[in-house]
Design a protein around this ligand. Structure first.
Ligand SMILES: Nc1ncnc2c1ncn2[C@@H]1O[C@H](COP(=O)(O)OP(=O)(O)OP(=O)(O)O)[C@@H](O)[C@H]1O
Ligand SMILES: [Mg+2]
Length: 291
């Protein structure tokens, strides 16, 4: 441990060789709702995949400012978080921070059907979850965060339209904020469910989604909770979110049921908006990709 030296040295900088004198600026104290950027606190594997988009702020002097809650979900809350280096305004970005709650504060529990077949490496953690100790509850929230983190990384690396995963720290995931330019500045992109695209855009949205589902299936994966509520409409581009339950198509005995359900949820919405699509056709198309 280093001892902090609180005594003031009895020398003026004029007596010191100029090579050892540094110019420095004091950083201001942080306000409520602020913290130092956690970018350098987390280990390299907890940071997103390379190549890293150039908007990711990596500066040591950056400050995180909570901009408020975006959405309260069933098991996590999503906040907007600004990360800016006050001494380098070029290093500034707004991200989405998804914070998982411990199961006590959840209104919904993901079915164990999703996690079936997944192994938990640390048996102490597994025992703690079974005992439902406080530690266990935190581990469970952290496990979902880790699941979503790995899913985002995997999907991003497959080239799928998902938010870029910036970092994970315990139960908090920082990711790209999916936004649209509105009349009063930048807004959070709406969920697909809230939109009424004109026919050409509607058809393009469906093509994008089918392509994303094909890519997943080719890698043996199924979203598992795909619906117009977990898809954001960023202008003419769709972005898929909410991935902690990403399902192994073959390893999970219900893998194909999840796939069919995803197809049905997606097609039902497109049908209601006037596009002639059929869940069985989509399912068949995807099955052809699987084998
Ligand atoms: N990266 C993002 N960019 C913009 N908005 C986002 C992002 N991630 C999440 N959101 C918003 O927050 C909402 C909740 O996120 P998400 O679906 O991942 O969490 P959830 O806990 O599963 O919520 P729910 O219970 O509503 O499904 C989304 O519907 C979306 O409106
Ligand atoms: Mg959701």
């Amino acid at each position: 441990m280093f001892q902090e030296n609180t005594s003031t040295p009895d020398v003026s900088t004029a007596d010191i060789d100029p090579r050892f004198v540094f110019e420095f600026e004091a950083y201001d104290d942080l306000d409520a709702g602020q913290r130092w950027s956690t970018w350098l606190d987390v280990e390299p594997l907890s940071r997103g995949p390379e190549p890293r988009p150039d908007w990711v702020v990596t500066s040591q002097g950056a400050v995180d400012t909570d901009l408020g809650i975006l959405k309260t979900g069933k098991e996590a809350d999503v906040f907007l978080l600004d990360r800016t280096d006050p001494h380098d305004p070029a290093q500034s970005v707004v991200m989405a921070a998804k914070r998982y709650r411990s199961p006590d504060h959840r209104s919904f529990h993901r079915s164990a059907a999703y996690t079936e077949g997944r192994s938990m490496k640390r048996s102490r953690d597994e025992r703690a979850i079974k005992r439902k100790s406080t530690f266990g509850r935190e581990v469970a929230a952290g496990e979902w965060a880790i699941s979503e983190w790995s899913a985002l990384n995997r999907c991003w690396s497959l080239g799928l339209p998902v938010p870029y995963p910036v970092q994970i720290d315990g139960t908090e995931i920082l990711m790209e904020w999916i936004s649209v330019d509105g009349p009063d500045g930048t807004d959070t992109a709406p969920r697909l469910a809230q939109t009424r695209p004109e026919p050409a855009l509607l058809a393009s949205y469906f093509d994008q989604l089918r392509e994303a589902m094909r890519t997943l299936v080719r890698s043996g994966l199924v979203h598992g909770d795909l619906s117009p509520y977990n898809i954001l409409a960023a202008g003419d581009r769709l972005v898929v979110i909410d991935l902690p339950q990403l399902v192994d198509l073959v390893g999970n005995v219900q893998g194909f049921d999840f796939l069919l359900r995803d197809c049905t949820n997606v097609c039902t919405w497109f049908q209601r908006r006037g596009l002639e699509v059929d869940p069985q056709d989509l399912f068949g198309d995807l099955m052809a990709e699987a084998f």
